[in-house]
Each structure stands twice: as structure tokens, then as C-alpha cells.
Design a protein around this ligand. Structure first.
Ligand SMILES: *Cc1c(COP(=O)(O)O)cnc(C)c1O
Length: 227
């Protein structure tokens, strides 16, 4: 517990420093504490420590935790979501960071409509173009986003990406910068229920670069939970 609080305060300092370097207000940067590595008790401790945004990536691990703890915090599904699992997430989780196909959008729309809910989603973009990564390609992004105007129960709050696992910091930076450019371009289109104000980017290894490039949501797992 003490350890978690120490890690959290160190992370908050680093967020503050990154913000100062580029003249941003740290209040613009929201931390999603990624609890996919830890059990229910540990997840409860994360909430106790004051992390109010909880990120999970696998439905089957997330739902039991959600059932115990959903009265506390805001729940984010950050991992790849299969269409047949959408029903588990809609109405429970407040945010989906991994919208990346029309088929998934259709299922979310159908489920959300049936309970008169709106699902806040980030479109996941595969900026780096790695074949192993999920996400819409840059080429398809504009058409996909425009298509979202037809999904009235989905609110597209912004874009999400994952940087490649590489050492080259400037290459990582260029991925984040490019996502920001896409966001800016799409926001100007003023598509219905596509506010496109948010950027979900940056993980334990690269969150400071992401903040410098405009992240409004960073998703932190190992740096908070410990190895
Ligand atoms: C696991 C995961 C994270 C957190 O990764 P860390 O490197 O442990 O901070 C962030 N985003 C997604 C989509 C993840 O699956």
C-alpha cells in the first residue's frame, strides 16, 4: 500500500514535470490505472489510493472486479474487445478505448440503444502500421470517423494509440504527434456526436512523451502496480 502510494506520487511528479516542459496544465492529464496485472484486493487498494479511473483489458478478468467495485471509480475497457463480449461492457464500463471496427460499433450501438445508454469510445488507430497491432489504419480513419455519425449511441470522445516497443524516443514521439494531428483534423469536421476532444496515449514506458505531445488520458500499469 505504502509502495503504491510512493509510486503514485512519483508518477504525479513526473506528470507535472512533463506538463511544465510544454506549458500544459496537469489537470488536463487523466491517469487510467491499469489493473489488468493485479487481483481484486489490489484493485481495491488502487481505488483506496485515490486512482478513480480503472483500466482493464480482458472482459473475463474485468467483470468479477467490476461486480465488486463498480460503485467506486470509473471503469475503462482498454483492450481489444470481441464483438460477442460487447454486451458485457456496455452499461458497465464508462469508456471503451479500443473501438476499431464497424462490426464492433454496430454491436455496441445495438446494446447501448437497448438500455438507452451512450457509450463513450476512443477510436483505436494503428499509427505505427505494425501488423501485430489492432486499430484502424490512418488511411481508413477519416471515413470510419465520418461513419460514426450514424451511430447515435456512441460518443466518439477521441483517438487512442499504442506506440511501438522501441528504444528510439523520437520515433515514439512521431507516433503520438501524428495521432494529435489526426485528432485536430477530425475535430474540425464537427461530426455529430464525435466531439473528438481527447487523446488516449502513453503507457509506463512513454507517458511523458505522450504528455508532451498532448495526451489527455495516459494508461499506466506496471509503473503503478510494480513489476
Ligand atoms: C497493459 C496496457 C497498458 C498499460 O501498460 P504498462 O506498460 O504496464 O503501463 C496500457 N494500455 C493498454 C491498451 C494495455 O493493454
Amino acid at each position: 500500500m505504502q509502495e503504491l502510494e510512493n509510486r503514485l506520487s512519483e508518477v504525479q511528479q513526473r506528470i507535472g514535470q512533463a506538463c511544465r516542459r510544454v506549458g500544459r496544465n496537469p489537470d488536463e492529464v487523466n491517469v487510467v490505472a491499469v489493473t489488468k496485472y493485479v487481483d481484486l484486493d489490489k484493485t481495491r487498494q488502487v481505488l483506496d489510493a485515490g486512482c478513480l479511473h480503472i483500466g482493464e483489458s480482458r472482459v473475463q478478468d474485468a467483470i468479477p472486479k467490476w461486480q465488486e467495485l463498480h460503485n467506486r471509480g470509473t471503469w475503462h475497457m482498454i483492450g481489444h474487445l470481441q464483438r460477442n463480449k460487447a454486451k458485457e461492457v456496455v452499461g458497465r464500463f464508462s469508456y471503451l478505448h479500443s473501438l476499431e471496427s464497424i462490426e464492433l460499433a454496430k454491436e455496441i450501438e445495438r446494446r447501448a440503444k437497448s438500455i438507452q445508454a451512450t457509450m463513450k469510445c476512443f477510436i483505436q488507430v494503428n499509427i505505427s502500421g505494425e501488423e501485430t497491432k489492432f486499430g484502424i489504419s490512418r488511411k481508413e480513419l477519416e471515413d470510419f470517423t465520418i461513419e460514426m455519425a450514424n451511430f447515435s449511441s456512441i460518443e466518439v470522445v477521441g483517438l487512442m494509440t499504442m506506440a511501438p516497443h522501441i528504444e528510439n524516443r523520437e520515433e515514439i514521439r512521431s507516433v503520438f504527434r501524428e495521432l494529435k494531428e489526426c485528432q485536430h483534423r477530425l475535430q474540425k469536421k464537427q461530426i455529430p456526436h464525435v466531439p473528438m476532444t481527447e487523446l488516449s496515449m502513453g503507457m509506463s514506458q512513454d507517458f511523458e512523451i505522450a504528455i508532451e505531445e498532448g495526451a489527455t488520458w495516459i494508461r499506466l500499469g506496471s509503473i503503478l502496480m510494480g513489476e
